[in-house]
Ligand binder design. Structure first.
Ligand SMILES: [Fe+2]
Length: 200
C-alpha cells in the first residue's frame, strides 16, 4: 500500500513519544526506536483479525479515567478509540499461573502487526487490556518487546518479584524472556511493541 490511514498515523506518532520516555529501561527505548524506524514505511497485507472477545466490551471503561486528559495518555486513548473498528483482536488461552478467569478477562488489540489495522509481520504495536483482579499467565515469545503501562498494574520477569513500574513506566523483555502481568482493583491497560526477526 502507498498511504496509511490517518488514525493509524496518529496512534504511531503518540506511541513513539510514549516509548521514548526516560521512565522506560534503556533496552526498552532502544527496541522501540527500531520498531518505529520500521514503521516509517507503511505495509499492510489486508488481513484483519476482527473476531471480538468478551473483554473488548471493557475497552471504553479502561480508557475512561484518562481519555479526556491533555496528556499523551489521553491522546493515545482517543486514538485507540478512533481505531477501535479496525483493531485486530486476540487472546491467550495457554500458559501457567493465570487467574481462573483470565481468558475472558483479557484481550489484546493489534494496531500494527499480524491481523491489525495495518497488518504486517516485521513489528507488532498494540495493547493489552485486563479486567480487575486478573493475572495473565507466564509466557515468553521470541521477539524482543517493550511495554508502557497506562494504568495501575504490575509486571514480573523471570519469576522474580512483582514490580509496578508506575504509569508511563514499563519493562523490556529480551528475546524469550518469561514474563507476566496482573491487575489490581482497576482495569489494566499497557501498550507494547515487538521487533520481529526472520523466523520468529
Ligand atoms: Fe509479552
Amino acid at each position: 500500500m502507498n498511504g496509511r490511514p490517518e488514525n493509524v498515523s496518529a496512534y504511531i506518532a503518540i506511541a513513539e513519544k510514549l516509548f521514548s520516555s526516560e521512565k522506560l529501561p534503556d533496552g526498552g527505548r532502544r527496541v522501540a526506536s527500531r520498531v518505529f524506524e520500521r514503521l516509517r514505511t507503511p505495509s499492510d497485507d489486508g488481513a484483519r483479525h476482527d473476531t471480538r472477545y468478551p473483554a473488548c466490551d471493557s475497552l471504553d471503561a479502561a480508557l475512561a479515567p484518562f481519555i479526556g486528559h491533555d496528556t499523551l495518555f489521553g491522546a493515545a486513548a482517543r486514538a485507540i478509540t478512533a481505531l477501535e473498528p479496525d483493531l485486530g483482536w486476540s487472546r491467550r488461552s495457554s500458559g501457567v499461573n493465570g487467574s481462573d478467569n483470565y481468558i475472558d478477562a483479557h484481550v489484546h488489540g493489534m494496531i500494527c502487526g499480524p491481523g491489525g489495522a495495518e497488518s504486517r509481520y516485521d513489528v507488532q504495536l498494540g495493547f493489552s487490556l485486563m479486567l480487575p483482579h486478573t493475572r495473565y499467565p507466564d509466557h515468553s515469545h521470541p521477539p524482543e518487546e517493550a511495554y508502557v503501562l497506562f494504568t495501575p498494574g504490575e509486571f514480573r520477569q523471570n519469576g522474580g518479584d512483582w514490580i509496578d513500574p508506575g504509569i508511563g513506566g514499563g519493562i523490556h523483555n529480551v528475546r524469550g524472556n518469561p514474563h507476566a502481568m496482573r491487575s489490581g482493583a482497576t482495569p489494566f491497560l499497557a501498550i507494547w511493541c515487538l521487533l520481529t526477526r526472520d523466523g520468529d
